[in-house]
Design a protein around this ligand. Structure first.
Ligand code: MN
Length: 329
């Protein structure tokens, strides 16, 4: 039997409803044994949510995801993958924040995510609103050695998040990818946005993405054509360092009601998970070269039975599995 790289409490003898509530029951970063250092992925909560344009409350998202993740198991049936055999994983707690300043919050967050755990570790951020992804992208870009031209990105979302200014403010959950492109940490020509759907405020709201070469696969496009364009993107992407961001609002509110800017007519839970798994199958190297990731926009106060947070925990697991598959080759 392969030795694990992450030590989990034995679920057959230590109940999942007992003990400290870390993501997936992974050890706290400070409790990781020397043989399991450096950790491959550190899970970090980002509790900032003052970048929202509509309903607030995702500051409680990371806690809710951790809570629901107690029932997350490490073996992936479809990939035949024991995640804890490939990766050393740890929960590194929550990032510091600047609650009343979105621009400075991105800075504070980026500094933390760039220095948390070990230099070779990668960060999976649990949101928080989508404005946090600007800080996370900066940190991932830095950890990846600041590749010129910026990072590639796989983006699941109902919205493209490329509105330049909202209420006179340049930093919000509507604009993280415009800011990231301006800063050179994100390459829009190697950005894939999946699950986008309307209605939108104006006819021009997709112009930024279209004009900058973003591969836009709307939910309806995927329903009609399947994964053709996603597959072509993954072939183009190859081994380029890539960030993965998953906004839970790409999932239909029937399945994921706990979010602040809900958009009806989206992925079922099963479709979303299947599409993330498909990325491994369609990618020429068995999985993209992920250098950072997040799952954001979980709003527990609208989450009737915790199912949105439960889904978010599973999406984070699926993304970690993609990374493990790429490493396994
Ligand atoms: Mn978003």
């Amino acid at each position: 039997m392969t030795q694990p790289k992450t030590t989990l409490p034995n679920a057959r003898t230590t109940p999942r409803f007992a003990g400290l509530c870390t993501f997936g029951r992974y050890p706290r970063l400070e409790d990781v044994i020397p043989e399991h250092r450096p950790v491959d992925w550190a899970i970090v909560g980002s509790v900032y949510d003052c970048g929202v344009t509509y309903r607030p409350g995702t500051r409680f998202g990371a806690r809710a995801i951790r809570d629901e993740s107690q029932y997350l198991k490490p073996y992936h049936i479809e990939h035949d993958l024991m995640l804890t055999e490939v990766f050393s994983l740890a929960d590194a707690g929550d990032a510091p924040l600047d609650l009343f300043n979105a621009e400075n919050n991105a800075k504070v967050l980026a500094e933390h995510l760039a220095s948390v755990a070990d230099p070779q570790s990668k960060v999976m951020m649990l949101g928080g609103d989508h404005s946090n992804t600007l800080g996370a992208l900066r940190a991932a870009h830095e950890r990846a050695g600041k590749p010129s031209g910026g990072l590639a990105m796989i983006h699941f979302d109902s919205h493209v998040d490329t509105v330049d200014i909202t209420m006179g403010e340049k930093y919000s959950h509507a604009s993280p990818f415009i800011r990231a492109v301006e800063e050179g940490v994100l390459d829009p020509k190697r950005m894939l946005s999946v699950g986008v759907k309307g209605p939108l405020n104006t006819r021009d709201d997709l112009n930024y993405a279209k004009d900058h070469g973003v591969e836009l696969v709307t939910y309806e496009n995927w329903r009609r054509e399947g994964t053709k364009r996603i597959d072509a993107f993954l072939n183009r992407l190859g081994d380029d360092p890539c960030y993965f961001t998953f906004d839970i609002d790409c999932v239909d509110p029937v399945f994921a009601p706990g979010t602040g800017t809900p958009s009806v007519g989206g992925f079922t839970s099963a479709e979303a998970l299947e599409l993330v798994r498909h990325i491994a199958r369609a990618h020429p190297a068995g999985g993209p070269n992920l250098v950072g990731a997040d799952v954001v926009e979980v709003l527990p106060d609208r989450d009737v039975a915790g199912n949105t947070a439960l889904l978010a925990a599973h999406v984070a697991f699926e993304i970690l599995c993609l990374s493990a598959l790429a490493q396994r080759g």
